[in-house]
Design a protein around this ligand. Structure first.
Ligand code: ADP
Ligand code: MG
Length: 341
C-alpha cells in the first residue's frame, strides 16, 4: 500500500480529543494548544527509542508502542505529575500498514488508560526511531525531584525488580528460562507499567523520587548525588524484590538451581527497564507511604536508609559489605555496553 506522510498521520495518529482535560487543539495544525489549569506547573520529559539500540528491530509493534509511551509516563510518575498530553516524532524505514496499526494500537491504548492524548508530532523516513515528549501537570511547588532526600530517611522501591533484565538475558541467549517463565518475565520487559498513580499519591509524602530505568543502584546513586546524602541498602531486603521466583511454578529447588546468586544480584541491582519508582521518605511517613501504595494497589518495600556520609553501601545478611562496582548503571556511551539492551 502506498501512503504518504499525511495519510499515515491521518490514518494512525489522528483522533478526536475530548474537550475536557486541557487540550484545546490536537493533531492537524502547526501547533497543538493546551490550557493547563491555574495553579499547575508543566512537567515535560522526552525519551527516544532506537531500533537495535533499545529494542530488537523485530519486536512486536504493539508492545513497542506501549513501551515507547510507558517510559515517558514513568518519568512523569517519578515527578508526581499527572499526564496531560504527548507528542510523537517517528522515523520509519518503510511504510508497513500492519506494523503501524499495531504500533499505534499499543501506544494509544496506554494513552487512553492514562487520559493522555497524542496531540502532535513529526513523521519522516529514516532508521526506525521513536521519540516521545510527554507533558504533565503538577500543583505549583509540589513536583517530586531527585534532590529532596535528607539523612536518616527510608528508601523505598515500588513493585518488583529484575524480571525485565531476566527476560533480556534469555532473549540474548545468555541464560535459558523455562518457556512459561520467559513469557511472564517478558511482559515486564516489553510492556512495563508506569507507576503514574503512585507517583501522584506520593506528593507531599516522599522527599525525593526517580524511576528505575537503568538499574537500581545506579539510579539510587543519581538520587543520592542530587540530594547530597549517602545510603545503606540491605541486600536481604532488596533480594526480595525479585518477582521471578514466583514464576517458577512451585519448584523452589528448580528456581535456585537455575537462578544463581550472581544472576539474582545482577537482575535486581543492575537490571534496567523495570520502571518502578525508588523514593526516599521521612521515617514518620511510613504509614502514609503504605497507605498511598495500598490506594494505588502497588506493593512497596523498604530496602534501606539515607545517611549524612556520602556514598552507597550495600550490606549482606551478615552485615558484611558487598562490592557494588559490578552493578554500575547502564550508560549508552560506555564502551562495555552492547546494543539492544
Ligand atoms: P509541520 O510541517 O507544520 O511541522 P507536519 O506536516 O509535520 O507539520 O504535521 C502535520 C500535523 O500532524 C501536525 O499537527 C503535527 O503535529 C502532526 N503530526 C505529524 N506527525 C505526527 C505523528 N507521528 N503523531 C502525531 N501527530 C503527528
Ligand atoms: Mg513536520
Amino acid at each position: 500500500m502506498d501512503m504518504n506522510e499525511f495519510e499515515i498521520i491521518q490514518r494512525y495518529f489522528t483522533r478526536s480529543v475530548a474537550p475536557e482535560g486541557g487540550v484545546v487543539l490536537g493533531v492537524g495544525d502547526d501547533c497543538a494548544l493546551l490550557a493547563p489549569e491555574p495553579g499547575m506547573q508543566l512537567a515535560i520529559s522526552s525519551d527516544m527509542l532506537v531500533a537495535g539500540q533499545h529494542f530488537f528491530p523485530d519486536t512486536d509493534p504493539y508492545g513497542l508502542g506501549h513501551k515507547a509511551l510507558a517510559v515517558n509516563l514513568s518519568d512523569l510518575a517519578a515527578c508526581g505529575a499527572r499526564p496531560l498530553a504527548f507528542t510523537l516524532a517517528l522515523a520509519l524505514p518503510n511504510i508497513d500498514p500492519a506494523w503501524l496499526q499495531r504500533f499505534a494500537a499499543g501506544m494509544l491504548q496506554l494513552a487512553d488508560t492514562h487520559h493522555c492524548p497524542l496531540v502532535g508530532g513529526d513523521t519522516t523516513r529514516g532508521p526506525l526511531t521513536i521519540s516521545i515528549t510527554v507533558l504533565g501537570h503538577v500543583p505549583t511547588g509540589q513536583m517530586l525531584t531527585r534532590s529532596g532526600a535528607r539523612p536518616d530517611e527510608d528508601i523505598w522501591v515500588s513493585g518488583t525488580l529484575g524480571d525485565a533484565c531476566l527476560a533480556l538475558q534469555a532473549l540474548q541467549g545468555r541464560i535459558t528460562l523455562a518457556p512459561q517463565v520467559l513469557e511472564r518475565a517478558r511482559v515486564r520487559l516489553e510492556r512495563p507499567t508506569p507507576r503514574v498513580a503512585l507517583g501522584q499519591a506520593l506528593r507531599g509524602i516522599a522527599s525525593a523520587a526517580l524511576d528505575v530505568s537503568d538499574g537500581l543502584l545506579g539510579d539510587i546513586n543519581h538520587l543520592l548525588h542530587a540530594s547530597g546524602v549517602g545510603a545503606d541498602i540491605a541486600w536481604t531486603h532488596a533480594s526480595q524484590l525479585i518477582a521471578a521466583s514466583a514464576l517458577w511454578t512451585g519448584d523452589r529447588a528448580g528456581f535456585s538451581r537455575d537462578f544463581s546468586l550472581a544472576l539474582h544480584r545482577h537482575c535486581i541491582l543492575a537490571g534496567g527497564d523495570d520502571y518502578e519508582l525508588v523514593f526516599s521518605a521521612p521515617v514518620a511517613q511510613r504509614a502514609a507511604v503504605q497507605e498511598a501504595a495500598r490506594c494505588c494497589d502497588v506493593q512497596v518495600s523498604r530496602i534501606g536508609s539515607t545517611r549524612a556520609a556520602l556514598g552507597l553501601r550495600l550490606w549482606d545478611a551478615h552485615n558484611q559489605p558487598i562490592d557494588t562496582a559490578a552493578y554500575a548503571s547502564f550508560d549508552h556511551f560506555s564502551s562495555a555496553q552492547s546494543s539492544a539492551q
